[in-house]
Write a protein that binds this ligand. Sequence first.
Ligand code: FE2
Length: 434
Amino acid sequence: MGCQYFDPCDHGADTFTIAIPKLTFGRGCLREAGARAAGLGMTRVGLFTDPGLRDSTYFDAVLESLKQAGLDIAVFDEVTIEADDASVERGATFIAEGNFDGVVSIGGGSVMDTAKASMLYGLHPPDEFLDYFAPPLGAGRVMPRSLLPHLACPTTSGTGSECTSISVLRINDMATKFVLANPVLLPQEALIDPACSDTLPAMVVASTGFDLLCHALECYTAKAYTRWDRQEDPLKRPLIQGANPWSDLAARKALEIAGEYLERGVNSADDHEARDNLMWGASLAGMAFGNTGTHLGHALSYGVTHLMHDITTNGYAVKSPFVPHGISVVVSAPAIFRYTAAAAPERHFEAASYLQSDLQDAGVDDAGEALAKRLIELMRKTEVPNGLGGVGFGLADVPALAASSARQVRAIANSPRETNLVDIENIYAAAISY
Ligand SMILES: [Fe+2]
């Protein structure tokens, strides 16, 4: 492809696959929901949202549009702020009993992820909830080739779930989140209306903004797809396939957007230019990581949400313990990119430049430090917690955090630099405060 990073490797992949839905982006586009749903062949719609959004003008706009298109609608709003197995079991019953021919979701990642999994579990129930998850956690049960058509409408600028084949679910018994990833979970269409971000509290824009930033940064610095083993059966090609020329395009633009607009979007709800761009950046980053996979940022966030205790976050009406996803990712990010830069210095240097790092006297060897400094600067300016210490962890917690996150095997292997348990412990220890 004319790029050294993707030079062929022995036994390495020589093909990559890109899957994205049809997208519509623009202020007010939620009013197209009815026509879009009808265009997908829907006549009876299962409409997913959460209790907070049920009274919002965004939900009303979608409901009204679906009604005007003459569609029959039933609403499911029992989604918790972190999608979990209990929400999915309720959603699956709703799907199984609802006789729907399509699903519309309006909400953040939790709503869209619950809608995706509810179709899977409602239409093709496994014996045990974990059966569809990859071993050793689950049985790796083969997913069906199709579910119902899904029109996804995001209301936050972070998750990118409207553009991915991924559903992240908390398994309550284990207090840990795990990932379902399969092409069948990809929505057919997305309606991205940036007006939905107008009323988001600053800390929600910060958390979701760092989520999008880290999606893009992890994609851009991920191991090249040519360094993953070749997969001859195209239907078995994993979604975590490594950085590729497509994800480079989307991740680069998403990084430029985060560099330019994250601080502005957090600090002013009236800054439509900033918030609209963040909404677009979130979808771009979703299109990137849905076809690349994340790496250490997300892998190490799982230990944080698994072991968090006695912690709440401003702007989120959720009882303790709660650390929003984007914060759980970014608290370790400066330490992570200081560590990974040595394995792909040019990529880290480019990423630092897209994020508007100060590179005046910096060379490629300073890329990790420059990137870390810029991340810390953005964290300070948006008032997010300063490292793991800011979300209640100390050095004594490091072994348990590392043991928990080490279970995210494929994401860790998507890091550009070989990373073992001791490396993860060292990264966490360096992430306590900046
Ligand atoms: Fe994320």
